[in-house]
Design a binder for this molecule. Structure first.
Ligand SMILES: Nc1ncnc2c1ncn2[C@@H]1O[C@H](COP(=O)(O)OP(=O)(O)OP(=O)(O)O)[C@@H](O)[C@H]1O
Ligand SMILES: [Mg+2]
Length: 367
C-alpha cells in the first residue's frame, strides 16, 4: 500500500483494534476470574470445606449467559471502535493529504514552466508552513524568470539599435545611395565599438555574477591608479568643458586587481562626465578611512531622484528609461562596478540630490 492516506487510515484502525482488543482481553480475563471467585466465595459467607465445588456445580445457565454477554459486548465494542477509527481515520487522512496533493500538483505545474497562482495557505501547522515555504520558492522563481526575460529583451534591444544603424548604412553604400566618406566610416566604426563594449560588459557582468571573474590581486596604490585614470580621461573632460580634478595625494595601499579597479574608476568617471553638462565640475580622490580604502567621485551634474537610488546599481537600470534618450548607455556600467568591487570584498554607495550633483563611492579593505 503506497498511498499515505491509506497508510494513515490503516494505522488508526490497527491502533483502535489493538487498544480495544487489549482492553477486551484484560477485562474478559479479569471479569471471568472475579466472577469465578465470587461464585466460589459468595458475599457474607465464610468459606467452608467443599463449598467452592458445590457452588461451581450450582452455577446455572443465567450466570453463564451473563458472562457470555459481557464477552460479546466487549468484542462488539471492539468492532464499533474499529469502524469509528476507519471513518475518522479516512476523514483526518484526507485533511492531511489533500494539501500535500495540491502542493505536488503545483510542483508539477511549476516544473512545466507555469509559475502561475500560489498554493492557498489555510492552516497554521507544519503543512501550512510547508505551503508558505513553497509559495516563497515559487515567488523567487517567478522573479528570476521575469528578470531573465527582461534581460533578454534588454540585450536584444541594446544590440539591435547599433546593428540596425550599421545594416542601413552598409546596405546604402552597397546600393550606392549612401556615400562612402571617411566620416561615415568613422561613425560606423563607433557603432562597432559600442557593440564590442556591450558584449564585453555583458561577459564581465555574467562572469562576475557567477563569481567566475578571475582576479589578479597584487599590492597597489589606489591614489596612483586614480591619478593615472584621471590623466587618461582629461582629454574627454576638456572636450566636454568639465573641470576634472584629483583630491588627496597620500598613498592608499590595497591588494587588488589593478585593471579591474581601473575599470571601476573609469566607469564612475565616464558617468560623471557623461551626465554633467558643460561648465560642470568633477572631483575624484582616494583616501584611507578606518580600515578601508575609499574612492569617491563627486560631480556637479543634475543629481538623481531619491526613489531611483536603490536600483541604480541594478543592471540595465537607467534613470532616463526612454529608448530615444540622448545621453546614457546600456545601463550596465554601475552593475559592473558593484560586482567588481564586491568581488574584492568591498562595497559601493551613492549620495545624490536632484539639482545638487552626485557622489559615487566605493570602499576596499586596506592592503
Ligand atoms: N553621475 C551621475 N549623475 C547622474 N546620473 C547618473 C550618474 N551616474 C549614473 N547615473 C544614472 O544611472 C544610470 C545607470 O548608470 P550606468 O553606468 O549603470 O549605465 P549607463 O551609464 O546608462 O550605461 P553604460 O555605463 O552601460 O554605458 C544612468 O543611466 C544614469 O541615469
Ligand atoms: Mg555608465
Amino acid at each position: 500500500m503506497r498511498s499515505l492516506r491509506w497508510r494513515l487510515v490503516l494505522a488508526m484502525v490497527v491502533v483502535a483494534w489493538l487498544s480495544v482488543a487489549t482492553v477486551g482481553f484484560i477485562s474478559a480475563t479479569v471479569t471471568a476470574a472475579r466472577f469465578d471467585a465470587y461464585l466460589r466465595h459468595p458475599r457474607g459467607m465464610r468459606p467452608m470445606p467443599g463449598m467452592p465445588q458445590m457452588m461451581a456445580q450450582m452455577m446455572g445457565t443465567p450466570e453463564r449467559q451473563l458472562l457470555a454477554d459481557v464477552r460479546r459486548t466487549i468484542w462488539l465494542a471492539a468492532l464499533a471502535g474499529v469502524v469509528v477509527a476507519a471513518v475518522v481515520g479516512t476523514l483526518t487522512a484526507r485533511q492531511i493529504t489533500a494539501p500535500l496533493r495540491r502542493l505536488a500538483d503545483a510542483a508539477v505545474r511549476i516544473g512545466g514552466g507555469d509559475l502561475g497562482p500560489e498554493v492557498p495557505v489555510d492552516r497554521d501547522d507544519e503543512i501550512g508552513e510547508l505551503a508558505r515555504t513553497f509559495n516563497t520558492m515559487a515567488g523567487d522563481l517567478r522573479r528570476a524568470e521575469e528578470a531573465r526575460r527582461r534581460l533578454i529583451t534588454d540585450i536584444a534591444h541594446e544590440l539591435g539599435t547599433p546593428l540596425a544603424v550599421l545594416q542601413a548604412n552598409v546596405e546604402g553604400m552597397l546600393d550606392g545611395v549612401v556615400e562612402q566618406s571617411p566620416e561615415r566610416l568613422a561613425s560606423l566604426h563607433a557603432q562597432i565599438q559600442v557593440l564590442t563594449r556591450l558584449v564585453r560588459d555583458l561577459r564581465d557582468l555574467s562572469l562576475a555574477q557567477q563569481g567566475r571573474l578571475p582576479l589578479d590581486r597584487r599590492p597597489m596604490d589606489l591614489s596612483a591608479l586614480v591619478r593615472e585614470v584621471v590623466e587618461l580621461t582629461q582629454p574627454l573632460a576638456e572636450e566636454k568643458r568639465v573641470v576634472l580634478t584629483v583630491t588627496g595625494n597620500g598613498a592608499v595601499s590595497v591588494v587588488a586587481d589593478r585593471d579591474r579597479i581601473a575599470q571601476v574608476v573609469q566607469n564612475l568617471l565616464a558617468n560623471a562626465l557623461r551626465y554633467t553638462g558643460s561648465g560642470g565640475r568633477v572631483a575624484v580622490g582616494a583616501r584611507v578611512e578606518g580600515a578601508a580604502a575609499v574612492v569617491e567621485v563627486t560631480d556637479s551634474g543634475p543629481g538623481i531622484p531619491e526613489e531611483e537610488l536603490p536600483r541604480l546599481f541594478d543592471r540595465f537600470h537607467r534613470v532616463d528609461r526612454s529608448r530615444t534618450r540622448a545621453t546614457g548607455g546600456a545601463g550596465l556600467g554601475l552593475a559592473i562596478v558593484r560586482h567588481l568591487v564586491e568581488a574584492h570584498g568591498g562595497r559601493v554607495w551613492v549620495r545624490s540630490r536632484v539639482g545638487e550633483g552626485s557622489t559615487f563611492g566605493f570602499a576596499l579593505p586596506l592592503g
